[in-house]
Write a protein that binds this ligand. Structure first.
Ligand code: MLT
Length: 208
């Protein structure tokens, strides 16, 4: 009996391409529709799996609980990263998908980073827009050669640069192939992010 899919989500099958599926993870207050057009821009025709975060903060969906802005409930991060990883496994089975590349924005980027660190076999790589370190202590993880793009905003008031740098260093130390770019923008997503993501993804986009 197939495992039921525990997240409200949108699934868009691949259209005439062997491209890796993308796992789209929205920011605080978003939903499963938010990043669909960005996924299509970054990898046209790729299958898109887009869940909605299960935590509500004043009615706004998120992927894990926080105690204040930038102050995370780390136990909840670990629990929710596990739930999301299990959802991806069940979705791979149901939709006959290869391991996806995560594309996360803000809170979605942070849960993607947590999944990479805690359940390294789930994702083939990740694009993390406006990410920061999502865990208080890092598990020993092997991310050898896993490609990761992090894009930060120079004027981002929500994400401390030091935390984004620590995340990049941690992923690199685990063996991931990390590229970290900082653009002269704020917390919002910009065309610079989309163009960088599309360019960065090209060599890894196809399923080998
Ligand atoms: C978070 O995960 O809380 C982000 O870093 C900030 C946000 O989503 O607003």
């Amino acid at each position: 009996m197939p495992t039921p899919l525990q997240f409200v989500h949108h699934f868009e099958p691949a259209r005439g391409t062997q491209a890796r599926p993308l796992l789209l993870l929205h920011g605080t207050g978003g939903n499963e529709d938010d990043l669909l057009s960005i996924g299509q821009m970054i990898s046209p025709g790729a299958a898109l799996l887009s869940p909605r975060g299960q935590v509500l903060e004043n009615g706004m969906p998120r992927f894990f609980r926080r105690l204040a802005e930038g102050v995370f409930d780390y136990d909840d991060v670990r629990q929710r990263a596990g739930d999301l990883a299990d959802f991806v496994l069940a979705a791979k089975d149901k939709y006959q998908m290869a391991a996806p590349i995560a594309v996360g924005y803000s809170n979605g980027a942070n849960i993607a980073a947590a999944v990479l660190l805690l359940r390294p076999d789930i994702l083939a790589g990740a694009i993390l827009f406006r990410a920061m370190l999502p865990l208080d202590h890092a598990p020993h993880t092997d991310l050898t050669d896993r490609p990761v793009l992090i894009t930060s905003g120079l004027r981002d008031l929500a994400i401390p640069a030091e935390s984004a740098n620590k995340l990049a260093a941690l992923l690199s130390a685990a063996g991931a192939q990390v590229e970290h770019k900082t653009f002269p923008v704020g917390h919002e997503l910009s065309q610079l992010d989309i163009t960088a993501a599309k360019h960065w993804l090209a060599p890894f986009a196809d399923i080998p």
